[in-house]
Design a protein around this ligand. Structure first.
Ligand SMILES: Nc1ncnc2c1ncn2[C@@H]1O[C@H](COP(=O)(O)OP(=O)(O)OP(=O)(O)O)[C@@H](O)[C@H]1O
Ligand SMILES: O=P(O)(O)OC[C@H]1O[C@H](OP(=O)(O)OP(=O)(O)O)[C@H](O)[C@@H]1O
Ligand SMILES: [Mg+2]
Length: 306
């Protein structure tokens, strides 16, 4: 049964903004699931109540989330670092967690077939972008450095999507757009000549929270999401090693605080348990084998608080 939503139903609830579509949407739903934030979204409604916490989720375009949070209309949000800067909200929101997904770079791109070699060659020409503030500031500096006057400055035109088509359509000499794999850029016959910034999804809260009573709930959600992120980033590595080789072993797997060392029936040997970053796991295992460690086991984490 769907419930009509009005200001009374939302009263006192923490408002948590989630990208309603696009690259970050699905990943955010996975995070909410991992943090046991339960909800049922009725008929694509953009506001929905969380069943097991005094929270309401608000589904918004990722690029609108920084200003909603920055102005305090919404208490918490997930969005890209890039759109926080584009919305000029970096002094109004606090980025509390980097979430490890939505990684991309904002780059200046030009046609492979053209004569433009670097950004100075683009000065005074036409740029199309969804990031008019960041691109505008970037080219303003270049124009100033090159001493360009009114009428000779780089022009920046906004489009909401499919930016990569602008050069082929004759609308632009270059674009400023996001790149992850580079597939879109290459398919459009473009290549990057400069990087404005690197971005990833972040959890944000208002720098000047309006609702003091929500502070503990914000801390709890932040801690839960941090646990889900850490669980993805780490594995638990367990192995047996000779006591004599223990210091070499713990140098390989120092753990987050310190590894857990347990005695074995055989007094010459100990068991070690330690958290290891997934990205370092294979290398750590190779090095443990080299120093004579045995029975090396790797366990994935479902969730954690570290
Ligand atoms: N290709 C990508 N890889 C990783 N992250 C990306 C990529 N494109 C965008 N992002 C991140 O996701 C955020 C939202 O961009 P996205 O294009 O998904 O949203 P949208 O424009 O609202 O949706 P859509 O493009 O589907 O209309 C960006 O601000 C950026 O932080
Ligand atoms: O380097 P890649 O892995 O190809 O990813 C980059 C593309 O992803 C985003 O587009 P999106 O899919 O959001 O489409 P849009 O242009 O309609 O926003 C971005 O604007 C690039 O076009
Ligand atoms: Mg997009």
């Amino acid at each position: 049964m769907s419930m009509p939503l009005d200001e009374t139903t939302l009263d006192g609830r923490l408002l948590f903004a989630i990208p309603k579509k696009g690259r970050l949407h699905e990943k955010c739903l996975e995070l909410l699931n991992g943090a046991d934030i339960q909800f049922r979204r009725h008929n694509r409604l953009d506001v929905c109540l969380v069943l097991n916490h005094p929270i309401a989720l608000v589904f918004l375009p990722a690029s609108d989330i920084p200003s909603f949070v920055g102005k305090g209309n919404v208490d918490l949000g997930i969005t890209g670092h890039d759109v926080i800067l584009e919305a000029q909200m970096e002094n109004h929101v606090t980025e509390t967690l980097r979430l490890g997904f939505g990684k991309c770079a904002l780059q200046v791109q030009v046609p492979d077939s053209g004569s433009i070699q670097n950004v100075d060659d683009l000065a005074g020409k036409r740029i199309v972008t969804s990031f008019e503030v960041l691109a505008g500031n970037y080219f303003k500096e270049i124009d100033a450095r090159l001493g360009r006057l009114d009428g000779e400055r780089t022009t920046i035109e906004y489009v909401g999507g499919s930016v990569e088509a602008a050069c082929a359509l004759g609308l632009a000499d270059g674009i400023v757009d996001l790149v992850e794999s580079g597939e879109t850029m290459r398919a459009a016959g473009l290549h990057a000549i400069a990087t404005l910034l690197q971005s990833e999804a972040v959890l944000i809260k208002s720098s000047v929270p309006k609702h003091a009573h929500l502070t503990p709930l914000i801390a709890m959600i932040t801690s839960r999401i941090a646990g889900v992120i850490a669980a993805r980033k780490y594995v638990v590595c367990e192995y047996n090693v000779r006591r004599a080789d223990l210091s070499a072993a713990t140098a390989i797997t120092p753990g987050r605080r310190a590894p857990t060392i347990s005695p074995l029936e055989d007094v010459e040997w100990v068991a070690v348990s330690s958290m290891v970053e997934k990205a370092r796991m294979a290398d750590a295992m190779d090095r443990l084998v080299e120093i004579g460690a045995e029975d090396i086991l790797i366990f994935n984490l479902d969730n954690c608080r570290v």
